[in-house]
Design a protein around this ligand. Sequence first.
Ligand code: NAD
Length: 456
Amino acid sequence: MELTSLNDMRRYFESGITQPYAFRKQQLQSLQRAIESHEEDIYKALAADLKKSREEAYASENGFTLEELKVTLRNLKEWMAPEGVPTNLFNLPSRSYIRKEPLGVVLIIAPWNYPFQLLLTPLIGAIAAGNCAVVKPSEFAPATAEVVGRIIKQVFPPEYVLFVEGDGAAVIPDMMKEFRFDHVFYTGSTHVGRIIYQLAADKLVPVTLELGGKSPAVIENDANLAVSARRITLAKFMNAGQTCVAPDYVLVPENLLKPFAEEVTKCIHKFYGEDVANSSEYGRIINQKQFDRISSYLHSGTLLSGGKTQRDDLYIEPTLLSDVSLDAPVMSDEIFGPVLPLIPYSTREQAKSVIARNPNPLAFYVFTESKNTAREWLDAVPAGGACVNNANLHLSNMDLPFGGVGNSGIGSYHGKQSFAVFSHYKSVMRTPTWFDPAMKYPPFKGKLWLLKKLIG
Ligand code: NAD
């Protein structure tokens, strides 16, 4: 990466061109039009990289991104407006407000599993907040990276949004060592997240880290089993399990394990047919390295359903496992594939102790008809986000900030929070000069009674 390109971006940002509302709106609208006009290319690319169906691609990639654009365009003026706040007694008659300022030149790094939306959704926030951005797609979803690159180069000059490709392990440290970004927004594995955090720390660069983790689902005794099974099946097996918030494993009361497994198996065949390999609705694993890793989990327990694989087609059948050892890699690694261990439990304490082995998941799901039980579980499990009687879908509501906690990440985004994450909230106090009482200045001796009235 040429340092001159990054310095050009710095100059472009400092010219102030990216700041007016009209400019930001126009850029977002141009991006919207380009996404709409490349619809077919996007579907072809996502099919080539992950065999996503057009419908799944729309719901989770281009349509999802368009929704974020729509929400941002609808609210941007209001988000940008200075926000008045009350002023405390001591400072009256000053006025206080918060200015929303762009950060500068930011770096956005995306993974391969939702290669379109995980690159462009943060970019929408960066543009909305008035920044310049370098965007780096994953090298492991090359067809989608090619379309996204085409869109970005068509819509934006490189000094405003720069598209950078290549091996992340080489390109990203080079850029981050040479140039001080004003923010780094990274989505991907916890392992690489740690590397990014260290690179950023060196130059005191703030980060957002959207990482992974083992997101548990808990079935309670009073759960609606058929609905729970349907929702978990959808959430787990879309994109062949390669979803950061997919239920990683399910804790099921001992007596419900068999009926729950039967319900999930029924759903799998209802969604994807008897021969899942031939379903146009079911995706593929991104590459052989991931295929081999996920396949190695298939022998970790008793096969309740699924288990078939085809390496040359990167196909792994939706698979349910039971009798899995909690010490096996399938219960310590993030599975990130279509393998679902069902873990029986007899008491809530026992279930909580299983979850505590992999603390701070990105998401937590509880299935129960009781509000009190749901509340108890939400209190008990620190997680980035959660659903009650649902899975994955909290991230599709742009009014809910989306992010991890502890091991699953730092910071959050979507909707207004995307604007906030790429903004600096500058606190301003404006004090008129017509009122300047002597009691505010030294000597303070004898004024303690007055200070006590005004402060505290
Ligand atoms: P990946 O391997 O594509 O890596 C992500 C990005 O990091 C890529 O752009 C890559 O080029 C770059 N990279 C890789 N090695 C690097 C290095 N040494 N230094 C700097 N950059 C480097 O994707 P992945 O990490 O395999 O993605 C899967 C993980 O992402 C899973 O753990 C999943 O849970 C997580 N994820 C999280 C979210 C979320 O929103 N929290 C969303 C999707 C995926």
